[in-house]
Design a binder for this molecule. Structure first.
Ligand code: ZN
Length: 158
């Protein structure tokens, strides 16, 4: 997704905790929607909203859409991930501080797998198998949690 596309996007209103829309199991995206202009706009708007709000990731339930769709801000740009599934989570874990655009002003340590592989469909409809570690692995786990109705505050480490 390129910068020009993203700059044309609109900022969507964020769903703020507590809200039952953050606690639902999100539904798989029908890939026929990839050709739908409204769905394409949704992905662009999610990217724009994430960047404007200084987020590193955003999940569709955070703007009130109950779909298995996330956007992640990487060193190489914003990547939409449709129907993401995680595998090969490392037994090695790391604890780091997290926050969330839907849980303002709350930060806390969360233990996450250090490495994983994320399988998803990109905005061009291509199947991607992305090995991730470090911050990227953490952000992906945080965002995929949102698709299962889970917030980072549910598993704060002591
Ligand atoms: Zn979040």
């Amino acid at each position: 997704m390129d910068q020009k596309q993203i700059s044309s996007g609109r900022i969507r209103r964020l769903v703020i905790n507590p809200d039952s829309r953050l606690r639902r199991l999100a539904q798989p995206v029908d890939l026929a929607l990839l050709k739908d202009k409204k769905f394409q706009e949704l992905m662009v708007d999610m990217a724009k909203t994430m960047l404007v709000k200084d987020g590193v990731g955003l999940a569709a339930p955070q703007i009130g859409r109950n779909w298995r769709l996330i956007v992640v801000n990487t060193d190489e740009g914003v990547w939409p991930m449709i129907n993401p599934v995680l595998s090969d989570l490392s037994s090695a874990t790391v604890v780091e501080e997290e926050g969330c655009l839907s849980v303002p002003n709350v930060f806390g340590p969360v233990r996450r797998a250090k490495e994983l592989v994320c399988h998803y469909i990109n905005d061009l409809g291509q199947e991607v198998h992305l090995p991730a570690k470090g911050t990227l692995a953490r952000v992906i786990q945080h965002e995929v949690d949102h698709l299962d109705g889970v917030l980072f505050i549910d598993h704060l480490s002591q």
